[in-house]
Ligand binder design. Structure first.
Ligand code: SF4
Length: 304
């Protein structure tokens, strides 16, 4: 059997993370996304290869006894972790032993319409759900969703979840060239996300070899599309691999002007500002003309 536990992985955002793979033996997913980094596979709406909660807990406890300084336990799968039939029970067992360690799940968001899934996820410290498409045609084409899944149920499920969950909820939008990067999709996603009001929106593109032949967007293209999102949404551009550094000198007024348009993440600052501008950014910070606010673990520079 492949390993149920992976890591620890170091992440700038969460610190040291141990991953739990709920489907270590094969891909079990209700999506078969064009951009998936796993091989294409027929979609399923339930797991048939199921690891017992006891086995997972045994592996987790063993890993935690080896690594004493874990900050976060991340629940994932080779596929969709919320299809694991004993998710609620597993999360209860993890919560019993985790102490101060945070818990996070990375889900494709497709099952959030299910009350049992919402109740299970509500017991985690952070939840990250994907939402690439604002209509069913796109869901079928890009995420190649299992029959019966539809955007209306997913969006309503997200709203219902947000109503009961006051911890960080992060929505991830992955954009693929000529598939879901059109203005209609972005505008409709923005409309929904403004209503949902998640802690943060992560917008990215393909940065690993995809299952099917699809193309990534450039950093400029991502940035252009992100500018269509409502200013009230903390949007974080994730795709670092496609980001070319294009540092420039900004005057203090230009820094303020830029931040008044949209808060910038630390990564954006690295890409946009030259060393001198970064120093002056610090001065502006020290004199309280700007401030840093963390949204779900990502720092954004913004006006007070
Ligand atoms: S949801 Fe994740 S695992 Fe499933 S097909 Fe899409 S990218 Fe792959």
């Amino acid at each position: 059997m492949s390993s149920i536990i992976f890591g620890p992985l170091l992440s700038r955002r969460f610190g040291k993370s141990l991953g739990i793979d709920l489907s270590p033996n094969k891909k079990q997913c209700n999506f078969d996304c064009l951009y998936c980094e796993l091989k294409p596979a027929k979609t399923v709406d339930r797991y048939d290869d199921i690891i017992s909660v006891d086995n997972i807990m045994h592996a987790l406890q063993e890993a935690l006894s080896l690594h004493k300084d874990i900050d976060v336990i991340t629940i994932t799968a080779n596929g969709e972790p919320t299809l694991y039939p004993y998710l609620g029970k597993l999360i209860n067992r993890i919560n019993d032993i985790k102490g101060n360690i945070k818990t996070l799940i990375l889900s494709n968001g497709s099952t959030i319409g299910d009350l049992n899934v919402r109740e299970a996820l509500a017991k985690l410290d952070m939840v990250k759900l994907s939402l690439d498409c604002a209509n069913d045609k796109c869901l079928k084409k890009l995420d190649r969703a299992h029959e019966g899944l539809n955007v209306a149920d997913i969006m309503q499920g997200m709203l219902d979840f947000k109503a009961i969950y006051d911890k960080p909820l992060i929505i991830e939008v992955l954009l693929v060239k000529s598939i879901n990067d059109n203005i209609e999709n972005i505008t409709a996603l923005n409309h929904f996300l403004t209503k949902l009001n998640p802690t943060r929106v992560d917008v990215g593109t393909i940065d690993r070899p995809p299952a099917y032949k699809v193309e990534a967007l450039s950093y400029d293209e991502l940035k252009g599309l992100v500018s269509l999102f409502d200013l009230s949404l903390p949007v974080y551009i994730v795709s670092r691999k496609t980001a070319d550094k294009r540092v420039q000198k900004y005057t203090n007024d230009e820094i303020i002007q830029t931040l008044s348009n949209r808060p910038l993440s630390s990564d954006d600052i690295e890409i946009l500002f030259d060393e001198d501008t970064k120093h002056r950014l610090k001065d502006l910070l020290n004199s309280n003309k700007i401030k840093i606010k963390s949204y779900g673990g990502v720092d954004f520079y913004k006006l007070p």
